[in-house]
Design a protein around this ligand. Structure first.
Ligand SMILES: [Zn+2]
Length: 407
């Protein structure tokens, strides 16, 4: 069996014989039901890694990391093989009608999924045989023989309309909006990032890199992992970590102890830059306050800089895990342009609130202003942050002292 990745060209040039043998066997194992996808993919990756194969060069000049290429080729191969088997079955059953499967998060151009077609329509409407069409590269749709008057459709046209409407629903995350397809694309991107980060850690370890560099790389990976979990949860999508772990690198993070201590160092949100000097690694810069706005908390403002310490980040992670993956991305926005500042029971401290694109709509931050009474090395500091609802905000506005309101 050969897998056509488009343009009629055989997909793989160097090592193609060698590679093809693995993949053919893998596809057969899956199609015959001897093994499931996950088991087979893990085995293929292991065999390839052991052989020293790291990247696959396509005839097109494009090159892919071996595990990713293997997964894609196996999925595509299985899908094409199933299609061929189905055509044989249809011939035996003397039917020219097929039902195409439906799945959530399909690409918009595969709108034809879930319906019943003739073989000619499978080619004309669904692009069967095309690299971008039904059973083409990366397509997770398939089709089955359908006997009119006997087979029952999986989804009625009415149900399909409902499902498709749901596909268009958008969910907000970190200030962006995603429909089902966009969300799955974003998931794939995040998985790619994590694979690269895991490889980096492995290379650093192998190269005997500095312990601090390894810890920093691990923290970045851990942060991505948390972002991925938060994102998947918000979008209502299952996590597909097997797409990451198929890299065969195994565990790249140390034990649980490490996790608790170094998550706070994660600077992957892009907002908190950790400085390069050693003692500064404990704090992250978040932004600057505008004195005109924040003098409502105290007139005695000694610096415009705002920081967050590792301790406080750990606190947010422990107490408000949702806020960690979401609100943390907004910290500098909230500081720069708050909607409300409300009095807090502690001195020189304000509740800074801003409307953001989160489920609960508002992000609230507790900000402690550094005054001339404080240690001169201190800066304004974010104590905590979490999400609040419109209802909670209205409650505050009725019952607490409003120090500042955006015009
Ligand atoms: Zn598809």
């Amino acid at each position: 069996m050969t897998v056509d990745m488009g343009g009629g060209k055989k997909a793989f040039t160097p090592l193609s014989q060698y590679y093809q043998t693995y993949l053919d066997r893998a596809c057969m194992d899956i199609v015959t039901g001897s093994f499931d996808y996950k088991t087979v993919l893990r085995r293929v990756v292991k065999e390839m890694t052991a052989s020293g194969l790291r990247t696959i060069d396509y005839a097109s000049g494009y090159s892919s990391r071996a595990p990713v290429a293997a997964r894609r080729a196996v999925m595509t191969g299985v899908s094409q093989l199933s299609a061929q088997i189905n055509e044989m079955v249809a011939k035996d059953l003397k039917t020219d009608t097929f039902e195409v499967t439906w799945h959530a998060g399909h690409r918009p151009t595969h709108w034809w999924s879930g319906n019943v077609y003739s073989m000619q329509e499978l080619h004309l409407v669904c692009g069967l045989g095309d690299v971008s069409g039904l059973c083409g590269a990366n397509c997770r749709h398939s089709y089955f023989a359908f006997i009119p008057g006997y087979s029952v459709r999986t989804y009625s046209p009415e149900q399909l309309r409902e499902l498709e409407t749901k596909e268009q629903e958008v969910h907000a995350w970190s200030g962006k909006r995603y429909n089902a397809y966009e969300a799955t694309q974003k998931q794939r991107q995040m998985e790619t990032t994590m694979r690269a980060q895991r490889e980096k850690i492995t290379l650093l370890k192998k190269g005997g890199a500095d312990q601090t560099d390894i810890a920093a790389a691990q923290a970045r990976y851990l942060n991505s992992l948390r972002q991925y979990q938060g994102f998947s949860k918000r979008m209502g999508l299952p996590e597909q970590m097997e797409r990451v772990y198929m890299d065969g690198l195994g565990r790249v993070l140390p034990g649980r102890d490490f996790k608790r201590k170094s998550v706070a160092k994660a600077s992957g949100s892009g907002i908190m830059k950790s400085s390069s000097t050693k003692e500064d690694i404990e704090v992250h810069s978040v932004g600057k306050i505008n004195r005109d706005i924040y003098r409502c908390i105290t007139e005695d403002i000694v610096t415009e800089d705002v920081i967050i310490t590792n301790n406080q980040m750990q606190h947010i992670l422990d107490r408000h895990p949702d806020a960690y993956t979401e609100v943390v991305n907004y910290l500098s926005d909230i500081i720069r342009d708050p909607d409300f500042i409300i009095e807090d029971k502690h001195d020189n401290t304000g509740l800074v609130i801003k409307r953001v694109e989160l489920e609960k709509e508002y992000a609230q931050m507790v900000l402690r202003i550094c005054t001339s009474d404080d240690n001169p090395n201190y800066k304004n500091s974010v104590i905590s942050c979490w999400e609040i609802s419109e209802k909670r905000l209205q409650n505050y506005l009725r019952n607490k002292r409003i120090l500042y309101k955006k015009e």
